[in-house]
Design a protein around this ligand. Structure first.
Ligand SMILES: Cc1cc2nc3c(=O)[nH]c(=O)nc-3n(C[C@H](O)[C@H](O)[C@H](O)COP(=O)(O)OP(=O)(O)OC[C@H]3O[C@@H](n4cnc5c(N)ncnc54)[C@H](O)[C@@H]3O)c2cc1C
Length: 449
């Protein structure tokens, strides 16, 4: 069977590793990825100052070998224990080496094609993949692992395009293009803002940094490992959100009384989150996204304590300011951009030599303009989920066509499944998805072998 994996970021690599583990000599895995394998958006940086947001012990590529990454770390970078937050660039190397080992140990074959997929043409069985280099390949099964999209420009109404607006993942430009005294405005106050501030501070930036978002929430810090009982599980997904919130707050208070941090209560929900989300149904999911998502994100997706300390220092010195507000106007002026913010106190005008767009990846597949997304949408193969958090899939990770029918040969993994799973973006979730996906994909192709 020929299996094509489109994308070679963390999700694509974990899918390839899981497939290779279960493949027979009749299986051939072709990974199509224009950039370096294992990098993707998260691990592409070579700057060792950008750290993983998850402790080493939870970053194994294998769900059934939890110590795999820590063992690799012992060999490759001794002196870092299981609780360490290590550089993200090391993780890309780990993924590549894990893939190389899986290739060597597998009965199946593996090939990397360094190009883009521009279209997928369905055939009687499987599909034909059209590649940017003008060639095409046939595949019996196709896995879409195209991950995160670049963030949409939040100032587009006023400034459709400007080299002064830099995407938050463009570490190279953030590290090299900013004059040290330039005032910088960051749109968004989440994890990418944190990375951008770290990058600026590390390169000796002296100018002011102002980050704004509608709620002004900043990711919270991890603390030492702790445990607490989960306040609810999947079965509670049918209860009103307000009840769950009340139970959650009570659990946090109980944990505090027992000397445990709130972080332990948040982490206790992890095994139940996907189930709860599915039990919610679309109406509750929509309410959750609208009212609680901003709180969930900063408490669930936390930062290393050393990173939180750097951020605090920058706020204390006054170099970094976090503002709650939304843009009501923006304008190009000589050598700068001005943004007018509507805030609770009225309005405030910010002037920036550069703006860093940290508003997070675009997830509305009904609107995205990447050539492959457009081509698949036009064919009715790729459709946004109801909340526009990712794409419409069935529970087995197969895409749904525009009539809602399962496409038997087209699968996905990772962030694209957020609408169905909610919790599917970090490695501990993706590796579990990969394991299940590999078994399903190989079984789907089995009768035709
Ligand atoms: C900045 C950041 C830090 C993170 N830190 C952590 C962490 O510490 N711990 C943790 O558990 N999780 C972390 N995550 C989450 C996580 O690991 C990511 O969600 C994960 O990288 C998702 O990988 P992906 O392969 O699905 O997507 P991506 O990383 O976006 O990779 C998708 C790949 O697909 C390729 N592609 C796209 N279109 C095509 C096409 N048409 N043809 C061929 N290839 C294509 C792209 O070139 C890209 O390489 C982080 C995420 C980010 C963004």
């Amino acid at each position: 069977m020929q299996i094509a994996i489109i994308g070679g970021g963390a999700s694509g690599v974990l899918a390839a590793v899981a497939l290779l583990r279960n493949a027979t000599a009749a299986d051939r895995i072709i990974q199509i990825e224009p950039a370096a394998i294992g990098a993707g958006i998260a691990y592409a940086t070579t700057d060792e100052r950008l750290l993983l947001n998850v402790r080493a012990y939870n970053m194994s590529a294998y769900a059934d070998q939890p110590g795999h990454f820590v063992a690799w770390l012992d060999q490759a970078h001794p002196g870092n224990d299981a609780d360490a937050f290590v550089p993200r660039s090391w993780y890309a190397v780990y993924l590549r080496e894990t893939l190389a080992q899986a290739i060597a140990a597998s009965a199946g074959q593996y090939q990397h094609l360094q190009t883009l997929v521009t279209d997928i043409v369905p055939r009687l069985h499987g599909a034909q993949l059209m590649l940017a280099d003008g060639t095409a390949i046939a595949a019996d099964e196709v896995i879409l692992a195209i991950g995160h999209n670049t963030p949409a420009n939040p100032l587009a109404r006023w400034i459709p395009e400007s080299t002064r607006i830099i995407p938050g993942y463009d570490w190279q430009r953030i590290a090299t293009d900013m004059p040290a005294d330039a005032p910088v405005v960051i749109i968004g106050t989440g994890l990418t803002m944190v990375d951008s501030v770290l990058m600026l501070l590390a390169t000796g930036h002296r100018g002011s940094i102002t980050a704004y978002s509608r709620r002004g929430h900043v990711p919270r810090s991890h603390v030492a490992r702790a445990t607490a009982p989960a306040p609810f599980s999947r079965a509670d997904g049918g209860r009103p959100l307000s009840d769950l919130l009340r139970d959650f707050r009570r659990a946090v208070a109980d944990a505090a009384a027992a000397g445990e941090p709130w972080q332990a209560v948040v982490d206790s929900l992890r095994p139940h989150t996907q189930g709860l989300w599915q039990q919610f149904g679309t109406t509750t999911q929509r309410r959750f996204v609208r009212h609680l998502r901003a709180y969930w994100d900063i408490h669930r997706h936390r930062i290393a304590p050393s990173v939180a300390a750097q951020l605090d220092r920058a706020r204390q010195t006054g170099q970094l300011r976090i503002v709650t507000g939304r843009a009501s106007a923006a304008q190009m002026v000589p050598d700068a951009i001005t943004v007018t913010l509507r805030t609770s106190a009225g309005s405030e005008q910010l002037t920036a030599a550069y703006i860093i767009n940290c508003t997070g990846p675009s997830t509305d597949y009904g609107e995205l303009s990447a050539p492959l997304s457009v081509a698949l949408r036009n064919r009715g193969l790729l459709n946004p989920d109801a909340l526009r958090l990712g794409i419409a899939t069935d529970v087995d990770a197969r895409l749904l066509d525009r009539t809602g029918q399962t496409i038997p040969w087209l699968w996905t993994i990772g962030p694209l499944r957020k609408g169905l799973l909610w919790e599917c973006i970090a490695i501990p979730d993706i590796r579990t998805e990969a394991r299940v996906l590999a078994i399903e994909v190989l079984a789907a192709g089995a009768p035709t072998r």
